[in-house]
Design a protein around this ligand. Structure first.
Ligand code: DQA
Length: 151
């Protein structure tokens, strides 16, 4: 059976493509997810993508990942990066390794974006690579899984 990798997108990322393209680029979320699924096939893993604008739904998706055989999470918590103790606690609670991804370089932006509730728990943080950041995160996750086989 293929290893499962969950991709979790936070609020407003459903607007990618038309949302502040000068900051986030012109690639849509559907295009990002499709590229990840295709790369997953190439690398031999199953990629499950999920987006929500609701904090509780994101928390529940993380809980479900602990039960459905997911081995790694790629998450862009979007604005919840800077506010959500609940989502941080969900990731800590399920003990799944994760990569924190941001399309923009949050450190070149407003000060309130410089703090993340996730970075100190993350295996890695990718910020400022645009849509490519997700592919880099997936390659990293697969590499990690290859060196650490399932328990
Ligand atoms: C973001 C950066 C966040 O500060 C912002 O609230 C987002 C997107 C990014 O991908 O660059 O919604 O996570």
């Amino acid at each position: 059976m293929k290893a499962r990798i969950a991709v979790v997108h936070g609020p407003n990322l459903n607007l990618l493509g038309s949302r502040e393209p000068q900051v986030y680029g012109s690639t849509t979320l559907a295009q990002i997810d499709e590229a990840l699924r295709r790369l997953g096939e190439e690398l031999g893993v199953q990629v499950d993508c999920f987006q929500s604008n609701h904090e509780g739904a994101l928390v529940e998706r993380i809980h479900a990942a602990a039960r459905d055989g997911t081995r790694f999470v790629l998450i862009n918590p979007a604005a919840y990066t800077h506010t959500s103790v609940a989502l941080r606690d969900a990731l800590a609670g399920v003990s799944l390794p994760f990569v924190e991804v941001h399309l923009s370089n949050v450190y070149r932006r407003e000060k309130f974006r410089h703090h993340s509730y996730f970075s100190d728990l993350a295996e890695a943080v990718i910020s400022g690579c645009g849509a490519l950041g997700y592919s880099l995160a997936l390659r990293f996750a697969v590499e990690r899984l290859m060196t650490k086989p399932a328990d």
